[in-house]
Design a protein around this ligand. Sequence first.
Ligand SMILES: [Zn+2]
Length: 346
Amino acid sequence: MAVQVEKSRISNPIDFDKNGRQAGVLRAPLARNTSAWGVIEIPIISVKNGKGPTVLLTGGIHGDEYEGPIAISHLARTLDPAKVQGRVIMIPAYNIPAVLNDTRLSPVDNRDMNRCFPGNPKGTFSEMLAHFLDGYILPLADVSVDMHTAGHSADSALSTNMHYLPDPGLRKKTMDAAAAFGAPFNTVFWGVDEGATFTSCVERRGIISLGTELGGWGRVNIEGVRIGRRGVDNILKHFGVIEGEPETQQRDGSAATRHMMVRDPAGYSFAPAAGLFEPTKVVGDAIEAGESAGLLHFVEEVDRAPIEVKYQRDGVLWMSAGPGRVARGDTIGVVMRDYDEALAAA
Ligand SMILES: [Zn+2]
């Protein structure tokens, strides 16, 4: 490893150089009043055989996002090492305190783990997890697929996503991988708050990085699970880790993923006040600029008229507000448009 990594406090039972299937648990120390030497156990599975790239699949970095953990667990139970050329490292529920608590934030330190990268081995629990993933697991990977949904806070059109990458070669490789994953949409975006995310760490290391958004609203999206399961198989096929051609047929009859982008802040609509938001559209719907996104109601004040919130861009609704009650400044909609290479580079 070229970069000197500060020693982690997390212990790892897997020998990543060993052929075959290994399943075990990472042990992350967590002292508490009832267990001074207690650890939190995090499932990890490595399947290796022959020569080929390493694909890292992670889920549960946010605890209330279900489709990725289901898809990765299924693969971890069923992937036959004899059919693998390369290595697949699977961590279906990495932030397990948040997963078992069914929350985005960790109940241990109240942090959003996906805002803790590159982490700190002597920091809070979430920072320790982030540091181990960045320092010990990522250097093994050629490709990373980190599976998310919009959790309780929103709903998402079923999609992969990636940052806009200035390097044209890596951008094309990543867009090709997204197309192979085969979600209905792949969204290229510039992000709102990206400096401390896992994606940013993956990119810093020059590794192919894909995220997913496969549902939300605090429930399991049935089609999101189907796309997620098919997607991880498709990624392994695309990189030659297992045999076969990716299946990318879409429910609407189209043959492939539609590449989209969220280029500028006008794609985001925010609640102008606290209230009860009644949306007009669901994710995946076509949007016209100036069209009503919905009404913000003030049911506690009988005579106060609702405020109409409008979309500012043409496109397709990528994200919509989750809970009915929103705070001022909450995102109530994100509109994506068809990917345009010239506009993206501008
Ligand atoms: Zn997430």
